[in-house]
Design a protein. Sequence first.
Length: 651
Amino acid sequence: MRDGQAVSLRGNREHPYTRGALCVKVNRYLEYTKADDRILHPLRRVGPKGSGRFERISWDEALSVIADRLDEIVREHGGEAIWPYQGTGTLGFIQGESGFAGRRFWNALGASRHDLDICSVAGNDGLRLTNGTPAGMDPETFAQSKLILLWGTNTLTSGHHLWKFIQDAKANGAHVVAIDPIRTRTADQADTYLPIRPGTDGALALGLLNVVLEEGAEDTAYLEEHTSGWAEFKAEILKYPAARAAEITGIAEEDIRAVGVRLAHTRPTGIRATMGLQRHEGGGAALRLIACIPGVTGDWRHPGGGVAYSTSAHVPLNVDPHWELLPAPVRTLTMTRLADELDKSVKCLWVYAANPLGSTSDQNRIRTAMLRDDLFTVVMEQFPTDTVDYADIVLPATMQTEHMDLHHGYGHMYLVWNEPAVEAPGEALSTTETFRRLARHMGLTEPSLHASDLEIAEELLTGTPHITLERLRKQGWARLDVAEPFVPFTDGFPTPSGRLEFASDQAERDGLPRVATYVPSFTARTAPSDRAYPLTMITPASHTFLNTTFGNNPELLRRSKGPRVMVNAADAAPRGLVDGQPARVFNHNGEFTAQVEITDRVRPGVIAAPKGHWPKLSPGGSNPNATVDARNSDMGRGAVYHDNLVDITPA
């Protein structure tokens, strides 16, 4: 800090997980907070929806307009006509993630509930069927693994802090396998790379376990003492010998066998699986199966063994959105089905910590739905995103250096405190303060709507008695109250049986297969002869953007080299595509334009277009989400970003 201004940013070298490292995105965060296009004052639309034309107004005027419209909507249509469309933003529990920042307010109005299903829900549900929880390994214990499967995760781009622990393991002789449809920068650093067809991960899991059985390496004692449904699941495994798994996944049979033999005889084996691999119609089933692997091998016994997906469920915060404030039961509207559910029954769309026009499936239909004259749209934002262009009122929001927040990371075992370092610029307000002011403006007297940020933090921490707010504010971070090294499920699994469940009565009740099995994605089960569009497109994370966050930073835009699409030479040649030319990627939903990168990093039949570019800053005004269906994954109504058939032609 210098003269009240933040002038330098670095990681905390004392933090056991980050060890002071920052990613390429966050390295430019201070620059980002001071950007010329930062929204600093309340705005009111003066041009047509979508034009991005606004005039500056005062906070009092903005709150008066909003209060009048909300009162009118509740009076004439009922609270359910309001859709609070909330994203995860910075994952802060005070400013967004938990629902404190707004959900209590919306409950007092009787607004519709919002199903935040866009990120990880299918995998969460699949893991619950096997383990009773999506929580698993402490990622730090990967340093003790002897075999590491990086399954559908580009660690060096999306979670690089973990790489230090993988390097520690490699120094101790660990073998690293990358399983990914793209030969990523992480795959380049692995000892073995398996180029899997998108949406076939479950078949690979069964094929690897088939090799384990061939080797006679199943942990019979662990199976007997800690699992249920083994006989049924074993019969399922036997249906997928390595040759069949190779045919489905496109991975050479000898490569499946080689990794399967390593899996059979290497303890501990740690599996890191992240959210990308479950964004398809068989995504929940895939994570359910991957979670079965350490049940067969007994890896859950060991530090460095098991599966790491999300650590969120290990965090015992007291999250209470006060559902009792709802005057009556209300409907739930689904985040990923915005285009379908934003119908005439929704009279107010309130968007915060989200950018649906840049990040949500079925982009073109969302754009059309948001053009409705009778839809009152409020967007709380820091920058003029595509979604902002369709707002009636825009409210300026604070950023990390300007507000108080409590964080956990779903890839580690720590709580982190965020103390404001500087005054908010202009008239920007935190999410909590915005809703406190609006509650006062509307005459709402419920005490929980007016709780201060520190009061909210104290309430959240009642679930973690060993971590006090005083300690957090002084130290900045605190490890969860778990052993070191942490080995989950030593006291049993939080399932109905108390065991790891290969077969699940709950799955059967939900209309899912009773036994964990391979469920192919839409693209994997659609024969080439039945395809209107021949290529499978996936949209991996960008190295320079975090979803659409940072998508307007000039330097990160330059480093991203603009929207691009990776194409194998075998698919480029018959289409007349050459390296570096603009191409049109299209299907029945829409199209976008990107620069062709001809590469063997994707297999024939698969193209990859990194996500994160703002449509308004891209050629043609669209990004890959213009082509993505608003279909459901197999569990939880999750998104299907990587289950998409397209074609490509020179632009």
